[in-house]
Design a protein around this ligand. Structure first.
Ligand code: 2P0
Length: 322
């Protein structure tokens, strides 16, 4: 069996992607900036010339919608490159699935990379990020390590990811607080469509350009305070958009709000930290290495049963066994 295994790490958006201008091409209405994480990743091997088309995740055959999305994605790439044939997608996910950490970011980045290897295509990282984008928007950024930006672009060729700094100096840590691992009720794809009905949606898009400029500056200046403040504002704005839709919705659970208060309290006590929250109830706390342990202790005291994973910067796409 050919080993085309690629490893991609997940990323957490500091300036978020929440809204599409083209759903089929996954062209976003805004640019986004993320931190690639070392603690969460997906390994995927695309095996060609099999008897049928299958998707295995963590050793088990996947059926239904999740499998259809993965298989039709590979078929789409095959069409793009004028190749065909059966295949198995064999993935190991080291990410809590659908728990608010975008496992789709590492999943489709790894799959795109494995596809390119399996068919021995000569594709740049920029090209790879465009292919990953067709599977899942956030996957565009997971091709790169450290801090990455996804330029929204105007068409498929101009909507790609790029590294801002793959080896940052900042000792930024992300503390992921996993409240529950239940499948979320509203997918990101659905949530983004619903968000368009919010009166705050257009202001949300208008804010993006300045936030991107400011976040890039915070990264370049190694300025954790500005980075944290901006990330927290941006996430709060995204969730405010959702609450104000025609059919209002929120990803927050009671514990989500409790953690927002905790972060604010810790800050008042001089422990500098900020929150960010994606399309799920889990809270990610941004802090620096020197305060990380104390913050985790405070989280455990408030919510003794939660799972906490701390993460630093992860690398960009890698091929295993090379
Ligand atoms: C992000 N999220 O920038 C934003 C913030 C969640 C909240 O990208 O529809 O799975 O497949 O392109 O990439 C998660 O959504 O969405 C996401 P699709 P994706 O990370």
């Amino acid at each position: 069996m050919m080993n085309n295994t690629a490893r991609a790490h997940t990323n957490i958006a500091l300036i978020k992607y929440w809204g599409k201008k083209d759903a089929d091409l996954r062209l976003p209405l805004m640019s986004s900036i993320s931190m690639t994480l070392d603690a969460f990743y997906t390994d995927t091997n695309l095996v060609l010339d099999t008897e049928d088309k299958r998707f295995y995740l963590n050793g088990e055959l996947v059926t239904g919608k999740a499998s259809e999305r993965v298989i039709s994605y590979v078929e789409r790439l095959q069409k793009l490159f004028h190749v065909s044939g059966n295949f198995h997608v064999i993935s190991q996910n080291h990410v809590p699935t659908s728990a608010g950490l975008a496992s789709s970011s590492s999943a489709f980045a790894a799959l795109a990379a494995s596809f390119v290897k399996a068919y021995q295509l000569d594709i740049s990282k920029k090209g790879l990020s465009i292919l990953a984008r067709l599977g899942s928007g956030s996957a565009t950024r997971s091709i790169f390590g450290g801090f990455a930006i996804w330029h929204q672009g105007q068409n498929s060729a101009t909507s790609f990811g790029e590294a801002i700094d793959e080896t940052p100096e900042m000792d930024l840590r992300m503390i992921a607080v996993e409240l529950n691992t239940k499948q979320k009720k509203i997918s990101s794809t659905q949530g983004m469509e619903m968000a368009k009905t919010s009166p705050f949606f257009i202001p949300w898009i208008h804010e993006n350009e300045a936030q991107i400029i400011d976040m890039k500056a915070a990264i370049e200046n190694n300025d954790f305070t500005s980075l944290g403040e901006l990330a927290e504002q941006n996430a709060s704005q995204m969730h405010a958009v959702n609450l104000a839709c025609e059919t209002p919705f929120t990803y927050f659970e009671p514990e989500t709000v409790a953690l927002i208060h905790l972060v604010q309290d810790l800050r008042k006590q001089g422990l500098e930290c900020y929150y960010t929250i994606d399309a799920g109830p889990n809270v990610k706390i941004l802090t620096e290495l020197r305060n990380s342990k104390e913050i985790q202790k405070a989280v455990k005291q408030l919510l003794p049963t939660v799972k906490i994973v701390e993460s630093g910067f992860g690398p960009g796409i890698q091929y295993l066994n090379e």
